[in-house]
Design a protein around this ligand. Structure first.
Ligand SMILES: CC(C)(COP(=O)(O)OP(=O)(O)OC[C@H]1O[C@@H](n2cnc3c(N)ncnc32)[C@H](O)[C@@H]1OP(=O)(O)O)[C@@H](O)C(=O)NCCC(=O)NCCS
Length: 442
């Protein structure tokens, strides 16, 4: 396996990365950096990676931890901290050290961000409340997130300002409380509808039996957390638990990786294999081939699409006859989206993606893109080399989100050209070379 340095993104890889720019443009990534990573010599490179993300129009919110610095300060002052990570009780001397550690870490981050030319601001956009008494133990100055001012954060992000959130938050009365940064980052990712929650740690990722788990579906993560003998290091367990929470609340991906590796953040996001652990929702479990008994639901979906003139009107009988071409996206046993893959007998290397429809309530959550990605994979496995899509209203979806390019009727087999002419729909023809499909970025 190549070393991370060998796999570091090269300028020549930019073409590859740029393909994914529309996919992540204006998406929010919440990045949580452990105190130990801020204190590491690679932090300067990490900030450069963040600057690259910003230049790709990805909106970054940065959260930092202080456990490492707090422990160092405690050793210097010969104080035994009541808890270094904001999970157990924080007594008054530990709280004083935590404030000092937070000031130190956030100032170091500001220095690096300034050097990289990134505009940023420390905010009080997150309000905390005391954790209170748990199992008879007063947690004193330990707090948890009560409320996220998403309007403030969104407005900062809209003005190209990177919000930096420290794990010392104020409560309603202006009292400072120590909050665990893993919890803070997960709450922020949920509140902001982030596409990614990224934990940068001094660990290679979640390991099972000594091996880093590169891809971890959320149900496997749940099993790992439930298994007390899994041997997860406590700091990683905390991240895994908060990642599971975020996924449960709708964040599609959480990453746990070593923040000390040169170029690691970009490798994790843009390399198909990645570097650390990516926890993902069990999306593909939700897509399945349509069955005969789905014909009525498919007919209903297609009817809604046809009403807006986005889809060709299909009779129930037509759908029954072509049901094997369809795949459906299911949530809680109800079909919320569909797409179809059509083969051409005269041209087996060409296939058509069509009838992509997602119920309006679920728009903008990645369902349409996943259906198309699923069919790209299916077409490639079936030996196709090129895909076409005919669209009247969603050219932007196919080109912007799914990587299709403008084509022409010359890309269609004669029979399909004839059908298109007869329909009078004047659809645009888009194409996608399957040589480009080798999976998606992480
Ligand atoms: C097009 C459609 C399938 C997209 O489904 P979806 O689940 O909302 O798509 P995703 O969430 O995966 O992707 C949404 C992205 O596509 C973009 N998009 C959606 N519809 C678009 C359109 N008509 N034009 C341009 N971009 C569009 C969104 O802005 C979003 O971009 P972002 O990721 O940068 O925010 C859905 O809007 C739909 O069912 N439309 C009606 C039926 C239709 O027109 N089907 C296509 C005929 S083949």
């Amino acid at each position: 396996m190549p070393s991370p340095r060998e796999r570091a993104i090269k300028p020549t890889d930019l073409r590859g990365i740029l393909r994914y720019v529309p996919m992540f443009r204006d998406h929010v990534f919440v990045i949580a950096v452990d105190g130990a990573v801020v204190g590491h010599e690679n932090f300067v490179n990490l900030v450069t990676d963040i600057a690259v993300l910003r230049s790709l129009a990805i909106k970054v919110v940065l959260v930092h931890g202080i456990g490492h610095q707090l422990s160092e300060l405690a050793a210097e002052h010969r104080i035994t901290p009541s808890d270094a990570h904001g999970e157990g009780p924080t007594d008054a001397p530990t709280m004083a050290l935590a404030r000092e550690a937070a000031a130190l870490v956030s100032q170091t981050i500001l220095e690096h961000l300034s050097q990289a030319g990134l505009r940023c601001a420390i905010t009080n956009a997150v309000r905390a409340t005391r954790t209170g008494v748990i199992k008879g133990r007063d947690h004193l100055f330990t707090g948890k997130v009560e409320k996220v001012d998403t309007a403030l954060l969104t407005s900062m992000l809209g003005q190209d300002i990177l919000p930096l959130v420290t794990p010392i938050l104020c409560d309603r009365e202006g009292q400072s409380l120590r909050v665990n940064s893993d919890h803070l980052a997960a709450e922020l990712a949920v509140a902001l509808g982030a596409s990614k929650l990224i934990y940068l740690t001094p660990h290679p990722g979640l390991t099972v039996g000594g091996e880093v788990k590169v891809n971890l579906p959320e149900d496997e993560l749940a099993a790992l957390l439930a298994d007390r003998r899994s041997g997860l290091e406590p700091r990683l367990r905390s991240k895994a638990q908060h990642a599971a929470f975020a996924l449960d609340e709708g964040v599609p991906r959480a990453h746990i990786l070593d923040g000390r590796v040169f170029g690691g953040l970009l490798i994790e996001i843009f390399d198909k294999v990645g570097l650390g652990t990516m926890v993902h929702a069990n999306d593909y479990d939700r897509i399945r081939p349509a069955r005969k008994k789905d014909a009525q639901s498919l007919y209903n979906l297609a009817r809604h699409g046809a009403r807006a003139d986005a889809l060709v009107a299909r009779s129930r009988q037509q759908i029954e006859q072509s049901v094997a071409d369809f795949v459906v996206y299911e949530i809680d046993d109800s079909i919320i989206g569909c797409a179809a893959l059509r083969r051409f007998e005269s041209q087996p290397a060409l296939m058509e993606i069509g009838a992509v429809y997602v119920q309006p309530f679920y728009h903008g959550r990645g369902v349409g893109t996943k259906l198309v990605e699923f069919l790209k994979r299916k077409a490639k496995e079936a030996g196709a080399r090129k895909l076409v899509a005919l669209t009247t209203q969603t050219q932007g979806f196919f080109t912007g989100s799914c990587g299709f390019e403008e084509g022409s009727v010359a890309d269609l087999p004669a029979q399909r050209r004839k059908e298109l002419k007869a329909s009078g729909r004047n659809s645009r023809v888009l194409t996608f070379p399957l040589s480009r499909f080798s999976g998606s970025p992480r």
